[in-house]
Design a protein around this ligand. Structure first.
Ligand code: FAD
Length: 306
């Protein structure tokens, strides 16, 4: 059994593991994909003290740092259930059961799907979610970005440097991205922005994407654009499906935590993008992971286990 079992191997989980291991307690990290969302990221320029790095490089550094300590890393393992108790159980998809005195949940988040006809059919055949991963596949082609928040506008700016033409489609009347990003976006000659538009279908020829259909929300008029790629950028969903009914979640499905990272279950803490903590960023996830780990240690030294 572990003293601290961390579920999730992104920035939050890695920080939690390092802080726990440095207390000399038995620490395990379970991750479906060690590195987390950072693996899908290209340039990272806002991790304080690291002027510039790239996602996969950052993910490798996270793992190397964790491996400096005595931590059991269980990669490519999925947690399916959490069973509260004095010894908390984490049940795995492979049938295994891990037991720990305390647990830190750091399962992060993933891209939200738009749920229109064509999205699933043409996934990886023109429908993409990660501009840094798939952008180069559309070199010289026409693409659309769905979503006018920070991720959508960042994606459009990024893609504009690679593809021939970007059409950004936003459901609301205005873009929701930071002003500085919007200014950048509007300065680009090959980007067109369409607001008040509801995407209704991603069309294809049976093999790959050939266009997108949207409804102008004011006029009700239906329009179609011919293009080769669609990047869906409408936000992140917390990875908490496996925790529903077990732990208190917000209406957005995020794990509710207090200032110490404590959840609704004694001995269970949470950190990073999966929680209610505002602003989903690496530097924040790292800080929250460290905090949850110190809170878990505090819990361990105050709780009798025999
Ligand atoms: P994640 O990184 O999401 O890690 C979650 C971990 O949990 C993963 O290891 C995952 O495999 C694992 N997991 C999930 N469910 C289970 C389960 N059931 N069982 C076991 N393991 C599970 N932030 C910045 O600060 N700067 C940037 O420049 C930046 N750019 C970004 C670009 C992109 C394309 C993306 C997607 C994100 C970007 N972010 C950026 C956000 C940043 O990546 C996240 O805020 C950060 O990764 C959150 O860390 P986390 O540890 O909370 O979660």
């Amino acid at each position: 059994a572990y003293d601290v079992l961390i579920v999730g191997g992104g920035p939050a989980g890695a920080a939690a593991a390092i802080y726990a291991a440095r207390k000399g307690i038995r620490t395990g990290v379970l991750a479906e994909r060690f590195g987390g969302q950072v693996l899908d990221t290209l340039a990272i320029e806002n991790f304080v003290s690291v002027k510039e790095t790239e996602g996969p490089q950052f993910a490798t550094a996270l793992e190397q740092h964790v491996r400096e300590y005595e931590v059991d890393i269980m990669n490519v393992q999925r947690a399916e259930a959490l069973v509260p108790g004095k010894m908390i159980e984490v049940r795995l998809a492979n049938g295994g059961v891990l037991k720990s005195k305390s647990v830190i949940l750091a399962t992060g988040a993933r891209w939200r799907e738009i749920n229109v006809p064509g999205e699933r059919e043409y996934r990886n055949h023109g429908v993409a979610y990660c501009p840094h991963c798939d952008g180069p596949l559309f070199k010289g082609k026409r693409v659309s970005v769905i979503g006018g928040g920070n991720s959508g506008v960042e994606a459009a700016i990024d893609l504009a440097g690679i593809v021939k033409e970007v059409t950004l489609i936003e459901f609301g009347a205005e873009l929701r991205a930071d002003e500085v990003l919007q200014r950048k976006l509007r300065s680009l000659p090959n980007v067109k922005v369409i607001t008040s538009a509801q995407t209704t279908e991603i069309t294809g020829d049976g093999k790959k994407v050939n266009g997108i259909t949207y409804k102008e929300r004011e006029s009700g008029e239906v329009k179609h654009i011919e293009l080769e790629g669609v990047f869906v950028q409408i936000g992140l969903v917390p990875n908490t499906e496996w925790l529903k009914g077990t732990i208190a979640l917000s209406k957005h499905g995020e794990i509710e935590v207090d200032a110490k990272g404590q959840t609704s279950i004694p001995g269970v803490f949470a950190a990073g993008d999966v929680t209610t903590v505002p602003f989903k960023q690496i530097v924040i996830a790292v800080g929250e992971g460290a905090k949850a780990s110190l809170s878990a240690f505090d819990y361990l030294i105050r709780t009798p286990f025999d």
